[in-house]
Design a protein around this ligand. Structure first.
Ligand code: V47
Ligand code: SF4
Length: 382
């Protein structure tokens, strides 16, 4: 829909004057405020949000959807923290705990030879005995094995522990990890960047200021990162807005965030023990609001493993322009929490079809969003 057509539609169909004002701001290319964002969460219907988010997405990134070919490795689930929403961590000695050696992790990469992956995504628990030297060795062994593969690794919470254990600054941790082969950093550990809420759901781990300081240090060391938001548990809409506002402010300073990734809380096997999960309509509203609020983050990513393939495909009409990777079936963070995909695998062919069938070009990208190959919608030879 064109800008003029959208204006007309809003004039004819939206009676709420606050929502109309926000819509006109968006169509004029103006930034919406935190108060606007809260109002959208409180009042805006799915159709209204989808229409605007789709328009903004088209303007910003066109009709393409990015994906990459990656595997996820979870080095261990033995963790010093005990986040209430986490279904994955176990204390040392528990029959369900694991810790992979460096050789075992290298073996997982070798097993994927036929898929020509371009990225290894490494996120695990905060293991009490593993520090920055262990992880530097892991990164440099991966680069020795596959120099062409990019490494996206470690949440801010893991970086925080590496710095504390070695008694060095975040910048020094990044200098070491970068020298060993770190290319980018994922967005985990953010949950909701509001310390009152963190006290309730993840009291022992890095607070909001520390999470933000670590991402700022990464950006200043030349390492781009992502930002996640764990939503749909005990947070309020206002706390979501606080979270997003802190991210948008940091992005204004550093321009280091590649993607924003909303992660829907899943309720199985964790101590929050909530009885319900949000309906899928709320997932779509949330994607759309993120697209409208983050005028300075280009990519809104749907993590299909968590959402399921069908909902991920629908999310493309609500501001999303990035699917995660093709992934093998090694991810446990989500399967243990009750995610849609218990054995998450998606071949390159299936990923391309999922995107093309939604009417978009599928662009295989590297970890830095440089295009590798375009699979155009409607290309008969694809
Ligand atoms: O920080 C933990 C989340 C995150 C649950 O950057 C849960 O590309 C839902 O950050 N229900 C870690 N979520 C994973 C992560 C990630 C995933 C995919 C892509 C990227 C990226 C990053 O997983 C944690 C936490 O927010 N999580 N438990 C749960 N029960
Ligand atoms: Fe540990 Fe991460 Fe689970 Fe928290 S979410 S308990 S830091 S593995």
């Amino acid at each position: 829909m064109t800008n003029d057509e959208l204006r007309l539609l809003i004039e004819q169909q939206i009676s709420d004057s606050d929502l109309r004002t926000i819509a006109y701001k968006i169509l004029a290319g103006e930034r919406i405020s935190d108060a606007d964002c809260l109002l959208l969460y409180e009042k805006a219907e799915l159709g209204f949000l989808g229409m605007l988010a789709d328009y903004v997405r088209t303007q910003k990134t066109g009709d393409v959807v990015y994906f990459n070919k990656n595997i996820h490795i979870e080095p261990s689930n033995i963790c010093i923290h005990n986040c209430k929403f986490c279904s994955y961590s176990k204390p040392q000695g528990d029959p369900e705990c694991w810790e992979l050696s460096i050789d075992e992790m290298l073996e997982k990469i070798t097993e994927t030879d036929e898929y020509e992956i371009t990225e290894v995504h490494i996120v695990g628990s905060v293991h009490p005995e593993r520090g920055v030297d262990f992880y530097c060795e892991l990164l440099s062994e991966i680069k020795k094995l596959r120099p062409e593969i990019q490494i996206k690794a470690f949440t801010a919470v893991e970086i925080d522990y590496m710095a504390q254990k070695a008694n060095i600054s975040f910048a020094e941790v990044f200098e070491k990890l970068k020298t060993a082969g770190l290319d980018t950093m994922p967005g985990g550990g953010a949950e909701i960047l509001d310390d009152t809420l963190r006290q309730k759901i993840c009291a022992s781990k890095s607070n909001s200021a520390t999470w933000l300081a670590i991402h700022q240090a990464a950006h200043e060391s030349g390492i781009p990162t992502n930002a996640t938001m764990l939503y749909g548990h005990v947070e309020t809409f206002a706390q979501r807005v606080v979270h997003m506002s802190k991210l948008r402010d940091l992005q204004d300073k550093t321009r280091g965030f590649n993607a924003f990734i909303p992660l829907k809380y899943r309720k199985e096997n964790n101590d929050l023990a909530l009885e319900t999960e949000l309906p899928w309509t709320e997932d779509l509203r949330n994607f759309a609001i993120a697209r409208l609020y983050f005028d300075n983050i280009d990519h809104i990513k749907a993590y299909w493993v968590m959402l399921g393939k069908e909902l991920a495909q629908i999310s493309l009409d609500f501001g999303v322009n990035d699917f995660d990777g093709t992934i093998n079936d090694s991810t446990k963070i989500y399967s243990m929490a009750g995610a849609e995909e218990t054995k998450p695998t998606l071949t390159e062919r299936e990923m391309i079809d999922l995107i093309n069938n939604a009417g978009r070009d599928a662009v295989e990208r590297d970890s830095l969003y440089e295009p590798i190959k375009i699979h155009a919608y409607g290309d008969k030879n694809r």
